[in-house]
Design a binder for this molecule. Structure first.
Ligand SMILES: Cc1cc2nc3c(=O)[nH]c(=O)nc-3n(C[C@H](O)[C@H](O)[C@H](O)COP(=O)(O)OP(=O)(O)OC[C@H]3O[C@@H](n4cnc5c(N)ncnc54)[C@H](O)[C@@H]3O)c2cc1C
Length: 441
């Protein structure tokens, strides 16, 4: 029996790799000609440009890495650590704390505030995963509201690094799970990682090679138009060129709220269920710009400009993380900021944001403008389909199966999982695998 998976992003490929490792026959259908979904990178003027800045949270403790370990291919992917991170405020650069212990030395905030910060973070970092579920409906700002401005700015920067979002959007439960996963005393790590040979989608390429090696197949440039469901069972699907394929096992790996709208005839899925899932359709949008420079303006890997007045929320020195992304003598950085989704549709607004970011980076690095070779702005409306808002996280996300429909599974970052982006997409595959196996048996 062949399992058909729609989408060759992190969710589809981690599910495909887990199933082929158990000897199942997998066929992946991907509408793009590239693998990697939202992680797909490109080459531009001899630099490897990621689809926006991509970074792997929790390094070798991430869900992606656990999939690699589970199937025994962790040595196929060399990772560069991302741990030279700093804040930049009106008082200069301040080292980003690598662990809870470093918080006492955190020069960004006054000493008194460091103690209150520890008092707030320690109980979270040492609580249990189950306990954090009680806080899923609460907002992080409920506990940070009374803090001083410097400490609030610290939370904003942490949220930008860990969630690519602002603190007012984050659920306290999700924040606490991140603290636990970053706690070395609980086996966690606060280190981040990036593929050493450049391009975040190299992770997807390793997974795709493994699937093919194990006898699976991947068809690119093909998309699915409709899924057939008869008597509450999946019976097959129709491709964009009207090929009809019979199967009783399908996995959908792209944002579930889109898939439910596009792939099923009206009435197949219960309308109350569809309405509930549509609530998860909260887009996080960003404007990011790649800059190539002929000079190294900093040796750090990431800096977070701190302060409300900054448009630039993060500057990532990608060629300091790994020089593989750039030709010799050139340096690649990317700066970004979250925006309202409507901003991504206005080229003038994007231009204004980019000009503001250039001014701000020049103020921090006086050599920036004179060493700039080129810039390439981009805007994304759909960064993640992970909703981090109170009440819409973890188990409140799209389930891996629709109650009452047999043979249909959902993975990817919109489905039940915690963590952000690619970490949540891989986590969803780990959680969904036993359900698929039980169906196949
Ligand atoms: C600018 C930007 C920055 C980001 N930064 C980070 C980061 O730093 N860290 C992080 O962890 N995550 C980050 N993310 C998020 C991360 O990329 C996504 O969460 C993750 O890649 C989602 O994987 P997925 O498999 O769930 O979905 P996708 O990657 O969207 O994969 C779904 C696939 O399904 C295919 N598909 C859709 N419809 C059909 C169809 N009908 N037929 C066939 N194929 C179909 C799509 O083409 C796509 O390839 C970022 C995303 C963006 C855009």
């Amino acid at each position: 029996m062949t399992i058909h998976i729609i989408g060759a992003g992190v969710g589809g490929l981690t599910t495909g790799a887990l199933l082929t490792s158990k000897g199942y026959d997998v066929h992946i259908i991907e509408k793009s000609t590239k693998l990697g979904g939202r992680t797909a990178s490109m080459t531009y003027k001899n630099h490897i440009l990621d689809n926006g800045f991509h970074i792997m949270p929790f390094y070798k403790k991430s869900a992606i890495f656990s999939v690699f370990k589970k199937i025994g291919i962790e040595d196929r992917m060399k990772l560069a650590k991302v741990d030279d991170i700093a804040f930049h405020s009106s008082t200069g650069f301040h080292k980003y704390p690598k662990g809870i212990g470093d918080l006492l030395q955190l020069s960004l905030i006054p000493f008194k505030s460091r103690i209150s910060l520890l008092k707030l973070l320690l109980p979270m970092a040492f609580t249990s995963m189950e306990k954090t579920e009680e806080w899923d409906d609460k907002s992080l700002t409920e506990v940070t509201r009374k803090l001083d401005d410097e400490t609030k700015a610290f939370f904003e920067a942490v949220c930008m690094l860990a969630f690519a979002d602002t603190a007012d959007h984050i659920s306290l439960g999700e924040f606490a799970r991140t603290m636990i996963r970053a706690n070395p005393f609980k086996g966690g790590t606060s280190e981040f990682a990036y593929p050493d040979n450049g391009g975040y989608d190299s992770i997807c390429k390793v997974l795709a090679d493994y699937i093919i090696e194990k006898g699976g197949s991947i068809e690119t440039g093909q998309s699915i138009k409709k899924i057939r469901v008869e008597n509450s069972r999946v019976t097959g699907y129709i491709t964009k060129d009207d090929k009809e394929i019979s199967t009783n096992s399908m996995v959908i790996s792209y944002p579930a709220y889109d898939a439910l709208k596009e792939l099923f005839e009206p009435g197949v899925i219960d309308s109350d269920f569809v309405e509930k899932i549509n609530k998860l359709d909260k887009k996080t949008a960003v404007v990011e710009v790649h800059f190539a420079l002929n000079k190294k303006i900093d040796t750090r890997q990431v800096i977070f400009p701190v302060g409300d007045h900054y448009t630039t929320k993060g500057v990532f020195f990608i060629s300091n993380i790994t020089p593989s992304v750039s030709p010799p003598g050139e340096h690649l950085i990317i700066a970004g900021t979250p925006v309202e989704p409507s901003v991504t549709e206005s080229s003038q607004k994007i231009k204004d944001i980019v000009n503001k970011m250039k001014e701000e980076i020049s103020a921090i690095y006086p050599d920036f403008t004179s060493s700039l070779l080129w810039e390439r702005p981009m805007a994304w409306k759909l960064v993640e389909s992970v909703v981090k808002e109170p009440g819409l996280v973890w188990k409140s996300k799209m389930p891996h199966q629709i109650p009452g429909i047999t043979g249909l599974f959902f993975v990817g970052d919109s489905t039940i999982s915690y963590g952000i982006g690619t970490d949540s997409a891989a986590h969803s595959s780990i959680l969904c695998e036993p359900l698929i196996l039980s169906h196949l048996k």
